[in-house]
Design a protein around this ligand. Structure first.
Ligand code: ZN
Length: 391
């Protein structure tokens, strides 16, 4: 049994801070959380010296097998597969070091993501816990086709979803619109149809699995919501009507504000393909405005980064929180979206996402107080998974 004392605890569920907190961990789970109680005599006591503890951070959108180089498509296609996988292992370690204890990988290649998930579970890989999507499902020539499963028509999309479920994915990812990182497709234009997406969602939900949709343009986003999707990824062109639909259906938004941000920051001068830079520049203002509208209107938000896209480096994941706050979210709400929000979206909130009795003791010790100054989120002192210090 371990006891931690003398720290600030961020209670994301009640959106409050417990000062002078005490935390008891036993058998990898939180046993008692609060303040003003006696620490059991047999506990091993650790004084956290005024630091802050937040729940383990959940990044709901990464690509562990993309290396955040200037052109990750070229990277994956040209390098040796063993190298790609070992680089992914390093990427996941860096994320863990930044306080990310759970990730959702939304599109790998050749199902290596399933192997990484297994490696983490079996203790071969020191990284965040993982949910994975296997191959994303896209129309022929659609966004992400170079890494995904192309499918056309209701029957074929249904089959593609069943293939992913057979392989053992946790979430089925479908492409509702074009995007930034595929040459020749427009972020605003719809791709898979409502009926095609409905077939994939039906199959995933029948199997008790979640669905996520890359969706940037308004019509495509609406199609995905109508199809019953669990999360809209990116959500660049949201309007009032679309936001209302999301609230009504309980659809999550995972904005990944950092993805176009880094593309615009680094630009063609750092070797990012010109088509990607141009498209990112075109959408970046709408992206921020859409996030602002969604969060102010009360859409459910989970934090995700799209880490692995150009210069969107693994380990820099929490930069997303800084942008969320810059777009008008309170630091407390940004931390909540990055913990409990992600846990709800991933369907794991009974066991993860907050520091509550009975949940797995995944937590991050931070120097400073990110609820007062969001930049303190970068000051990670220690990371715990199931009560064990892993970083
Ligand atoms: Zn992505």
């Amino acid at each position: 049994m371990q006891a931690y004392k003398n720290f600030k605890l961020i209670d994301v569920k009640n959106e409050k801070v417990i000062s002078d907190a005490i935390l008891i961990i036993e058998d990898g789970k939180f046993k008692r959380v609060g303040s003003n109680f006696d620490v059991p005599d047999d506990a091993e006591v650790c004084d956290l010296e005024g630091q802050t503890v937040i729940p383990g951070i959940i990044d709901a959108h990464i690509h562990s097998l993309s290396d955040a180089s200037n052109d990750p498509h070229q990277q994956r296609e040209n390098e040796n597969d063993a190298l790609t996988v070992i680089k992914a292992e390093h990427a996941l370690q860096k994320a863990l070091k930044a306080g990310i204890t759970y990730v959702r990988d939304l599109g790998g290649c050749n199902y290596y993501d399933l192997g990484l998930r297994e490696a983490e579970k079996k203790g071969f890989l020191k990284g965040p816990r993982m949910q994975v999507a296997g191959k994303l499902i896209t129309m022929t020539g659609g966004h992400g086709y170079r890494m995904g499963r192309e499918a056309d028509g209701i029957g074929d999309v249904r089959k593609a979803a069943r293939e992913q479920l057979k392989a053992g994915v946790d979430v089925v990812k479908i492409m509702a619109t074009g995007g930034v990182m595929t040459e020749g497709v427009e972020p605003g234009s719809p791709q898979l149809s409502l009926k095609e997406m409905r077939a994939a969602v039906e199959e995933a939900h029948k199997a008790g699995k979640k669905t996520a949709s890359h969706a940037q343009g308004t019509i495509g986003i609406q199609n995905a919501i109508k199809a019953g999707i669990d999360s809209i990824e990116h959500g660049i062109f949201l309007d009032k009507k679309t936001v209302e639909m999301m609230i009504e259906k309980g659809t999550f938004l995972v904005a990944t504000l950092v993805a176009p941000y880094w593309i615009v920051e680094y630009g063609v001068e750092n070797g990012i393909p010109a088509y990607a830079v141009e498209k990112a520049k075109k959408v970046i203002n709408s992206h921020h405005a859409s996030f602002k509208l969604a969060q102010q209107s009360g859409v459910k938000i989970a934090m995700g980064t799209d880490a692995g896209t150009p210069f969107n480096k693994h380990g820099k994941n929490t930069y997303e929180l800084k942008l969320m706050v810059k777009a008008g979210m309170s630091p407390m709400k940004a931390i909540k979206a990055s913990t409990l929000g992600g846990a709800e979206l991933l369907g794991i909130k009974e066991e993860y996402g907050s520091i509550e009795e009975g949940k797995y003791a995944d937590m991050v010790v931070i120097k400073g107080d990110p609820h007062e100054n969001i930049e303190d989120i970068f000051e990670v002192v220690a990371v715990y998974k199931s009560g064990e210090k892993v970083m």
